[in-house]
Write a protein of this length. Sequence first.
Length: 117
Amino acid sequence: MQLVVKIPAEKIHDWASFHDVFKSTLGFPNFYGSNINAWINCMTSIDSADDGLSKITVAPGSILILHIEDAFRFRDRCPEQYDALVECCGFVNYRRVEVGESPVLALLLVGWARQVL
């Protein structure tokens, strides 16, 4: 199974808005630390509703697909946040595989063809 969640990346302009967008879109808890370590922790537990780190969860063994529309514009506007998103999604999956769990995140980066054409 998979769940696709559209991330409104057009609302991301800096680190504060990056964390605000993910917190509101995925329902991170009020105590969310608004830093990349807190983001990684919440995303690592995205398949564990009992952890209470996100209102949106997937079943164990399922994948959460983060749909980023106009990904090239997001990359150009916020290269640090874009790179962190790509790297940290990979790290979340690596972290899980290292302890015998399955990967849980995927990125759907939409808009690349328009830039190339």
